[in-house]
Write a protein that binds this ligand. Structure first.
Ligand SMILES: [Mg+2]
Length: 397
C-alpha cells in the first residue's frame, strides 16, 4: 500500500504528568508512580526521576534506593482513564482510524487527510496543540509511511518531540539505531545478534536474509523487512469489529433530523474518503449518538446491499437508521462508522454484475468519488464541492 501517512502519538511520562498537572507542587520534582514499595514495580517515572536512573518496570525498592527523595504515589487509574478519554477524543477528531495501543498511545492513519491538515510537520504540531489544549499534557509524535517507523520516530525526541520520516528515507532513518529497536528483538535475541557482529539496524539490513533465517527462524524474515523500513500492517481501529468511524463531541447540542443529517453528511464524507484511501470497502453502517441527558450512548447498525466505499451510500444507509433513534432529544455527540470491512479488490468483481439499482448506483458513485480523490490530491480542496454533485443526486435513492 503506497503513500500511507501513519502517525504514532505517545504521551510523555503519562501517569506522572497527570499527577504533576493536577498537583502543581509536584512540577519539577521526581515523581514515581507505582505499586507498594515492598513488592511493586514502577509504572511511570517523571523525567525528573529518570535522571536518577528510575525506569518503568523497575522494582519500587530499587527506585527508592536510587531516588530516596522522590515523590512516590500509587496508581490512580480513574484519573488516567479520564485523561485518556480526552486524548482519544482528540485523536478521533483528526482521523477516523485510531488504534489505541494503551491509555496513552495510539496509531492514527491520516492517509488522504493532507488537504485537510496540511503536510506532516503542520499536522503533528496541530495534534500536539489539540492534545495540550484538551488535557494540558504533552506528547511526542512520529509521522512515517508505516506503523513500525512511526513508532520508532515518536520515541526518538521525547519528551514533547516531533519526528517526521519522509517516504523513501525509512531505511536510512533506521540504519544507525541499535537492533533492540526492532519489534520482536528482545534483549536475548539482541545479544545473540550482537555476538554475530550485528549491532545496528543497518547491519541487519545489509545481512544475507538466508543467514538471518538460519539464525533466527521465521523471526529472521520479519526483522529483515523491518530493518529496511517495510511494514504493511494496517492501522486497526478500536472495537471488536474492525471499523472506520468519525464522530465529534459538539460544542452546542443538536436535535432534530435535519441537524443530525447535516453532521452525518460530513462524517460520511470523511469515513468514505478514508475507506478509499485505505483500499477498503464496508458492508456495515453504524450511527452513534450520545444524548445530553444522562450521557446515554445509543448506536444503531445496518447493512448496505453491497460493499461500498462512497459517502453517498454510507450517508443514505446511515439516514435509514435515524428513525430508530429519538432525534428530538438533545444530543452532544453524533458519529458514523463503517464496519465489516474488506479489501476493495475482493469486492470489485461481484458488484458490477449485481442487478439491484442500489448496487449499481453505489459502484458508479464510488468511481466518481475515486476520481474526485485523485483531483483533490492534485489540486487541493477546490474540488471538494464537486463531491456534492453525486452525493445530492443519490439522496432520493
Ligand atoms: Mg507514553
Amino acid at each position: 500500500m503506497a503513500g500511507r501517512v501513519i502517525v504514532h502519538l505517545d504521551m510523555d511520562a503519562f501517569y506522572a504528568a497527570v499527577e504533576q498537572r493536577d498537583r502543581p507542587e509536584l512540577v519539577g520534582r521526581p515523581v514515581i508512580i507505582g505499586g507498594p514499595v515492598r513488592r511493586g514495580v514502577v509504572s511511570t517515572a517523571s523525567y525528573e526521576a529518570r535522571v536518577f536512573g528510575v525506569r518503568s518496570a523497575m522494582p519500587m525498592a530499587e527506585a527508592l534506593r536510587r531516588c530516596p527523595d522522590g515523590v512516590y504515589l500509587p496508581v490512580d487509574m480513574p484519573r488516567y482513564v479520564e485523561a485518556s478519554r480526552g486524548i482519544m477524543e482528540v485523536f478521533h477528531r483528526f482521523s477516523p482510524a485510531v488504534e489505541p495501543l494503551s491509555l496513552d498511545e495510539a496509531f492514527l492513519d491520516m492517509t488522504g487527510c493532507e488537504t485537510l491538515f496540511g503536510p506532516p510537520d503542520v499536522l503533528a504540531r496541530a495534534l500536539k496543540d489539540a492534545v495540550s489544549e484538551a488535557v494540558r499534557l504533552t506528547c511526542s509524535v512520529g509521522v512515517a509511511s508505516n506503523k513500525f517507523v512511526a513508532k520508532v520516530a515518536s520515541d526518538l525526541h521525547k519528551p514533547d518531540g516531533i519526528t517526521i520520516v519522509p517516504a523513501g528515507t525509512e531505511a536510512a532513518f533506521l540504519a544507525p539505531l541499535p537492533i533492540g529497536r526492532l519489534w520482536g528483538v528482545g534483549p536475548k535475541t539482541a545479544e545473540r545478534l550482537q555476538r554475530l557482529g550485528l549491532v545496528t539496524i543497518a547491519d541487519i539490513a545489509a545481512a544475507d536474509p538466508a543467514n538471518l533465517r538460519a539464525r533466527l527462524g521465521s523471526l529472521g524474515d520479519h526483522v529483515a523487512r523491518l530493518a529496511l523500513g517495510l511494514d504493511d500492517r494496517p492501522v486497526s481501529p478500536d472495537g471488536e469489529r474492525k471499523s472506520v468511524g468519525s464522530e465529534e463531541t459538539l460544542a452546542v447540542d443538536v436535535s432534530g433530523r435535519e441537524g443530525v443529517e447535516r453532521l452525518l453528511r460530513d462524517h460520511a464524507d470523511r469515513v468514505a474518503r478514508h475507506l478509499r484511501g485505505s483500499g477498503l470497502k464496508a458492508c456495515g453502517v453504524r450511527v452513534k449518538v450520545r444524548y445530553t441527558k444522562g450521557f446515554v450512548l445509543a448506536t444503531r447498525d445496518g447493512r448496505a446491499g453491497a460493499p461500498f466505499d462512497d459517502s453517498a451510500t454510507l450517508f443514505r444507509e446511515a439516514c435509514r437508521l435515524l428513525p430508530r433513534l429519538e432525534l428530538d432529544r438533545p444530543m452532544r455527540l453524533v458519529g458514523v462508522a463503517a464496519f465489516d470491512l474488506q479489501e476493495s479488490g475482493q469486492a470489485a468483481q461481484g458488484d458490477l454484475f449485481a442487478a439491484s439499482g442500489d448496487e449499481m448506483r453505489s459502484e458508479r458513485v464510488s468511481r466518481v468519488e475515486h476520481a474526485v480523490d485523485a483531483l483533490r490530491e492534485r489540486f487541493g480542496d477546490v474540488v471538494a464541492r464537486a463531491a456534492r454533485v453525486p452525493r445530492d443526486r443519490s439522496r432520493d435513492g
